[in-house]
Design a protein around this ligand. Structure first.
Ligand SMILES: [Zn+2]
Length: 75
């Protein structure tokens, strides 16, 4: 039970100031660990790389309101 690992991301639109946090978690045991599906974001259209070595990575996000690329920070 519980999380083995997690990836946290913060997305910020530098035009309108919208910001949103998101997380994917790895669950299970060392024998059967799997990553949760990347969540949909409310304020941003997100593009995930789910084949990444260390779990899903948020590769880019676009502000739904402004239609421009937002800044993605991994925590
Ligand atoms: Zn925006």
């Amino acid at each position: 039970m519980g999380f083995i690992d997690s990836n946290d991301f913060t997305v910020t639109c530098e035009k309108c100031g919208a910001t949103e946090n998101t997380r994917v978690v790895q669950r299970g045991s060392s024998f059967g660990a799997h990553w949760s599906d990347p969540p949909a974001l409310l304020k941003f259209e997100s593009v995930w790389d789910s084949e990444a070595r260390f779990g899903p990575q948020l590769t880019s996000a676009k502000c739904r309101k402004c239609g421009i690329d937002a800044k993605v920070d991994e925590k």
